[in-house]
Design a protein around this ligand. Structure first.
Ligand code: F6R
Length: 242
């Protein structure tokens, strides 16, 4: 596990963006999995700027989103698709046909999970998967006690997770109760993982996930078992590790 603890938020955002830039330089047709949330916002902004300056070329890159809320239109401003559209797709030169999404309103939930599992396989797997971490250790929408062998699946969002995501929907009653997410096994099958966390409020869970017992009760603890993980933190999130 490679650990980077950055002095401030700006350096943190930049370090995440550099990992992606370097991967694309190494492998121009890389398949990248994308998390949403507050944490990677600044990193996506930097990638947009770097692309404008022609320092990174997304024209052969393929993306897949990590998770999505269920039971809303994809055009809903709180959806992960809308977030990525606003922060990344409209800012870099990704080709439309190379942008893949979990459907937030499928007719058949189980079929949608199958489609996405097959899609990941057909694309040859994920070269780099970007992850944030919930205060309870969740990865994607894999809440505590999600089996480590889970593939793309329907998830019940905990009250804590719904409260943490009020910012993207405006009020708690608008935050969906269900989501669909790559499972822990999909995450672990990715060739490289990048976990991002910033701010004091993430310090305890980061310590637990990286130094504590590997257990389904703390989904992010599974990362200790992956052989190619980059963890990028700011000083606050890393303060117990220091
Ligand atoms: C979002 C996702 C979630 C977030 C996590 C942290 O696509 O996968 O697991 O990464 O909830 O969210 P923030 O970054 O808002 O603290």
């Amino acid at each position: 596990m490679k650990l980077m603890i950055k002095d401030n938020k700006q350096e943190f955002d930049y370090a995440g963006a550099m990992e992606i830039l370097n991967l694309i330089k190494e492998k121009p047709n890389a398949v990248i999995g994308l998390a949403t949330g507050n944490t990677p916002k600044g990193m996506y902004d930097i990638l947009g700027d770097l692309c404008k300056e022609k320092q990174v070329d997304f024209s052969r890159v393929t993306t897949l989103n990590l998770d999505e809320y269920l039971g809303i239109e994809s055009s809903n401003s709180g959806s992960c698709k809308s977030y990525l559209n606003k922060r990344l797709y409209t800012k870099v030169n990704l080709k439309q046909e190379n942008i893949h999404h979990l459907n937030s309103n499928p007719e058949d939930y189980e079929k949608e999970c199958c489609r996405y599992n097959n899609l990941i396989n057909d694309l040859g797997g994920i070269d780099l998967l970007i992850l944030g971490i919930g205060h309870n250790g969740h990865l994607g929408f894999n809440e505590p006690n999600t089996p480590f062998d889970s593939m793309v699946h329907i998830c019940n969002l905990t009250d804590k997770t719904r409260t943490a995501n009020i910012w993207s929907f405006g009020s708690k009653d608008k935050v969906p109760k269900k989501g669909v997410s790559m499972g822990i096994k999909n995450i672990m099958n990715s060739k490289r993982l990048m976990l991002l966390a910033n701010g004091d409020s993430k310090s305890q869970i980061i310590y637990k996930a990286l130094k504590g017992k590997v257990t389904e009760e703390v989904p992010a603890s599974v990362l200790q078992l992956h052989n190619d993980v980059v963890v990028v933190l700011d000083r606050e999130a890393g303060k117990i590790l220091l």
